[in-house]
Design a protein around this ligand. Structure first.
Ligand code: ZN
Length: 381
């Protein structure tokens, strides 16, 4: 179902994505607004504001991209880099679930902010951004990787679409804190984020032909077909309009996605599609963590035991799970008796099945996967 947009007030659509199409410009896109969902994600952590802000951008980007994919499973956006913020992970699970966490050096973040180096690119430093589609254990994962070399998440997304998908794309992301004051109460601060993504997807053969050209061995960072497409008048107009979007238009709850789209594109006939809701929801559970702990050897579990307990904290939602290590050993002894010694302790496919090796790794101990060897397993303590 689509609606032709008209002027006038429309209810704000927090925690949802609104897909749209601008036929006059051969453009399609999405607007995301995150309110309570982002505030809950950030509230689950005790991160410095600069890290929360950066994570908010990553969540908005993930929501824009994840809801545009036709699949069932998980879409994971992850950075790994050498700046004060070592890693951001945002996990979107179809149809609507989001969770996110960061790893960082608190002292380095505070020092960087104090020195005025608080832009996303300052905090991230050099490294890469990976986007992974995971449709479950029986399908192979798809991963696209772009370098992060002093560029923002917006620019990394532009480069990803230019090089991997060959789709001219513009993204704007913004994060803000809304302060509300009820008389007689302390001011309340709520995190909000918004974003808009626009892509040039012409149907005319003549205008898509440049997208058939393989970028070949062009050096990293260059975009050999971009110059040709960037000359297209329709795309130039769409791109320039999106670049006029101010942060406040993405974070102010009084500015709905519809009113933003009306401002940008009403002269070109913008249509919106059904809104897609989003929610904060972690996928961890006691059962998943129990399964994960069973993949460790009794010796490894002994190493994790403190005061006769194994405590696992989910890095995404900070939920703490507490186990009695003797429960595993008792179960394993039973298995050994029943299976004639073949059960238990066999980790040979587990490490290779983990996400280790060339690619970045997610802090997935709470998913039942084991973290890769280079991870420092911060979730187990
Ligand atoms: Zn969790």
């Amino acid at each position: 179902m689509t609606d032709q947009l008209a002027a006038g007030p429309v209810a704000a659509g927090d925690d949802s994505v609104l897909p749209f199409q601008v036929e006059g410009l051969d453009a399609r896109g999405r607007v995301v607004h995150l309110g309570a969902a982002l505030d809950t994600i950030i509230g689950r952590h005790d991160y410095p504001p600069a890290v929360s802000r950066l994570l908010g951008e990553a969540v908005a980007l993930t929501a824009l991209l994840g809801t545009s994919l036709k699949f069932e499973g998980r879409f994971i956006v992850q950075t790994q880099s050498d700046g004060p913020v070592h890693m951001l992970v945002v996990d979107f699970e179809t149809p609507d679930r989001l969770r996110a966490c960061a790893r960082f050096d608190r002292e380095a973040v505070l020092a960087s902010v104090a020195a005025g180096m608080d832009r996303p690119e300052d905090l991230l430093g050099k490294g890469h951004l990976a986007m992974t589609v995971d449709q479950g254990q029986y399908t192979s994962r798809y991963q696209g990787v772009v370098p992060l070399d002093g560029r923002s998440l917006e620019d990394a997304a532009h480069q990803y679409f230019a090089q991997s998908e060959q789709i001219p794309t513009r993204v704007r992301l913004a994060v803000g804190e809304l302060v509300t004051r009820d008389p007689g109460h302390e001011p309340r601060r709520e995190w909000r984020a918004g974003g808009i993504l626009v892509q040039f997807l012409p149907e005319s053969e003549d205008r898509v032909r440049v997208r058939d050209l393989h970028p070949g061995d062009a050096p990293d960072g260059s975009d050999p077909f971009a110059d040709q497409v960037e000359d297209d008048d329709a795309w130039t107009e769409a791109r320039v309009l999106v670049e006029t979007v101010e942060d406040v238009e993405l974070t102010d709850p009084a500015v709905s996605a519809e009113s933003l789209l009306f401002r940008l594109f009403h002269e070109r006939g913008v249509r919106v599609f059904d809104r897609q809701p989003l929610q904060e929801r972690c996928r961890c559970s006691r059962e998943r963590i129990d399964d994960m702990l069973r993949t460790f050897t009794p010796e490894e579990r002994r190493d994790m035991t403190v005061d006769a307990r194994i405590t696992v904290t989910c890095e995404f939602c900070s939920t703490v799970y507490d186990f009695d290590p003797t429960d595993f050993d008792a179960a394993e002894e039973n298995n050994v008796a029943a299976d004639d010694g073949s059960a238990g302790g066999d980790l040979s496919g587990v490490d290779t099945a983990a996400e280790g090796g060339a690619g970045p790794t997610a802090p997935d101990a709470t998913d039942g996967d084991r973290t890769s060897p280079e991870d420092d397993e911060p979730t187990v303590r």
